[in-house]
Design a protein around this ligand. Structure first.
Ligand code: NAI
Ligand code: MG
Length: 509
């Protein structure tokens, strides 16, 4: 399958996944990508990446440690010094666009890898892969229009700015949107002239490794390096490495704080995109059907494993019953299934750990006094080898409960009611996170007022919840992070600005 048509599989769940595993393994070597070569870890150690639908190993990949990270940083430094850092934006742009073209030619295969490793419905994996590529392309193009400034001053001086790359940058990504988040970071990093070392999440290393193999002979050797491994063994050395000039991390808030502390040792710049507990406020003036549709997508897509999932609904008490009935009906209409067959839109959670965490939270909610109206673990049928949780809705939730304050990272919606505008905003802001928010109302003034009053990096009004677009900044207020991705400005975060002051003497010939 090399076109962008989806090659669905048929047969029992064991048959479809065995066939897909074979197809994936035929695509590449899946070694660590260092200096544009596929390599083993220096120690020779490997670890398994699993297929979350059947709970079985797909293949093993190198378990990199500080030695391998060091080799990758050296390869990146050589690429940077060897020309990537100094070539024109046009040349970099051309190289990136060639890579994008090759990735697009193989988009069906990339999506298959992403689907199998991450337990994503194939159809969603394809949409996400194309979407991810749009960001690489966006940065390759936007860098061509990048400019510095001249600073007005008096006649005996000329002052202008240059935007210079950091050199080697370290990128650390999570498992929920492996390619998307990688390209959100690689796009601006490479376009700005940095060479990159990327460490994908240990649960989902395969798509980035395959994408890197497809950069062979297109990106100059060593420009892009991928080290696979665990957080403390392979991620931490990247954040501590003296030659890494910038770190961009997406993942859990607790890990983000560790990354920031490590970067502080060498005063390394960081971008952090961390967790969320994003509110979706449904006002009495909302089109309830439309709000139900948007909320269902915002919380149940990707089995709720999205940093910007709208994991708290705040609904006005007059329409709470209608809204809840609608959401429950929608949740019950989403049937978990084999990710590789046509029609499936609900896949499993990524891992046994995540399954345990999410099902524990449903229990915690019950103990705290919430009512589980629908959902819970899938307990029978042929999906029990995977980590499936049905779309779940908890009502009678008070904003002080743990299920309303902590990131569950699963398909679990919690519903709280409010009476007044002020109460809605107070509840919306009463969490330590501030990544995103949704607002549903047909009253335009109210919509803009709420968008201004809610403390969040992104607000979606009346639809398209949680889909950042190329050019639209994405990032968090409060403990949801530092810096922005996806926008033109992200190019700035991958450069340092230099002011050059030139003394202009009296002309003498
Ligand atoms: P994590 O934050 O540990 O993992 C994200 C990435 O950081 C992975 O590549 C990991 O190997 C790396 N990492 C871990 N420790 C590191 C360290 N000390 N230094 C450098 N890199 C390190 O998240 P994890 O354990 O996969 O998931 C735990 C919870 O985090 C989830 O249940 C979910 O609530 C949340 N999460 C949030 C995400 C988001 O996008 N906001 C994404 C993934 C997880
Ligand atoms: Mg996996």
């Amino acid at each position: 399958m090399t076109s962008d048509s989806i090659g669905y599989y048929t047969g029992s769940i064991e048959e479809t996944h065995a066939a897909a595993r074979e197809d994936v393994l035929a695509l590449g070597e899946f070694g660590a990508w260092i200096g544009s070569e596929s390599r083993s870890a220096d120690s020779g150690e490997e670890f398994a990446t699993l297929d979350p639908v059947v709970g079985e190993e797909i293949c093993s990949v190198p378990q990199c440690t500080a030695t391998d990270v060091d080799a990758a940083v050296k390869a990146a430094q050589e690429a940077f010094d060897g020309g990537w850092g100094a070539c024109s934006p046009q040349e970099r742009s051309n190289a990136m666009l060639s890579w994008v073209a090759t990735l697009r030619e193989n988009v069906g295969d990339l999506a298959l890898v992403e689907s199998l490793d991450g337990g994503k419905p194939l159809k969603h994996a394809l949409v996400e892969t194309k979407y991810a590529l749009d960001f690489l392309e966006y940065y390759a193009k936007v860098v061509q229009a990048d400019e510095g400034i001249t600073v007005p001053t008096d006649d005996d001086m000329h002052v202008y700015t240059r935007h210079e790359p950091h050199g080697v940058v370290g990128l650390i990504t999570p498992w929920n949107f492996p390619l998307t988040i990688s390209f959100w970071k690689l796009g601006p990093a490479l376009a700005a002239g940095n060479a990159a070392v990327i460490k994908p999440a240990e649960q989902t290393p395969l798509s980035m490794l395959y994408a890197a193999e497809l950069s062979k002979d297109i990106l100059p050797d060593g420009t892009l390096n991928v080290v696979t491994g665990f957080g403390e063994e392979a991620g931490a050395p990247l954040t501590e490495h003296a030659a890494v000039g910038k770190v961009s991390f997406t993942g859990e808030d607790v890990t983000g704080k560790t990354v920031m502390k490590a970067a502080a040792e060498t005063v390394t710049a960081v971008t952090l995109e961390l967790g969320g507990k994003s509110p979706y406020v449904v006002f009495p003036s909302a089109d309830v059907k439309k709000a139900v549709r948007d909320v269902a997508h915002g919380i149940f897509y990707n089995a709720g494993q999205s940093c910007d999932a709208c994991s708290r609904v705040l609904v006005h008490e007059d329409i709470a019953e209608e809204f809840t009935e609608g959401l429950v009906a929608r949740a019950e209409g989403l049937t978990p299934g084999d990710t590789l067959v046509e029609g499936t839109t609900v896949g499993p959670l990524i891992s046994a750990d995540q399954f345990e965490k999410v099902t524990d939270y449903v229990e915690i909610g019950r103990e705290e006094g919430a009512t589980c109206v629908t959902g819970g673990a899938v307990e029978d049928g042929d999906l029990t080898d995977g980590w499936y949780v049905r779309p779940t809705v908890l009502t009678d939730v008070d904003n002080d409960m743990r299920v309303a304050q902590e990131e569950i990272f699963g398909p679990v919606e919690v519903i709280t009611t409010f009476e007044t505008y002020d109460e809605a905003i107070e509840l919306a802001n009463d969490v330590e996170f501030g990544l995103a928010a949704g607002v549903a109302t047909e009253n335009t003034t109210l919509a803009h007022r709420a968008a201004a009053d809610i403390e969040a990096g992104s607000v979606w009004i009346n639809g398209n919840y949680a889909t950042p677009i190329p050019g639209g900044p994405f990032g968090g207020y409060k403990q949801s992070g530092i810096g922005r991705e996806c926008s033109r400005d992200a190019l700035r975060h991958f450069t340092q600005e230099k002011a050059v002051h030139v003394a202009l003497d009296e002309p003498s010939l």
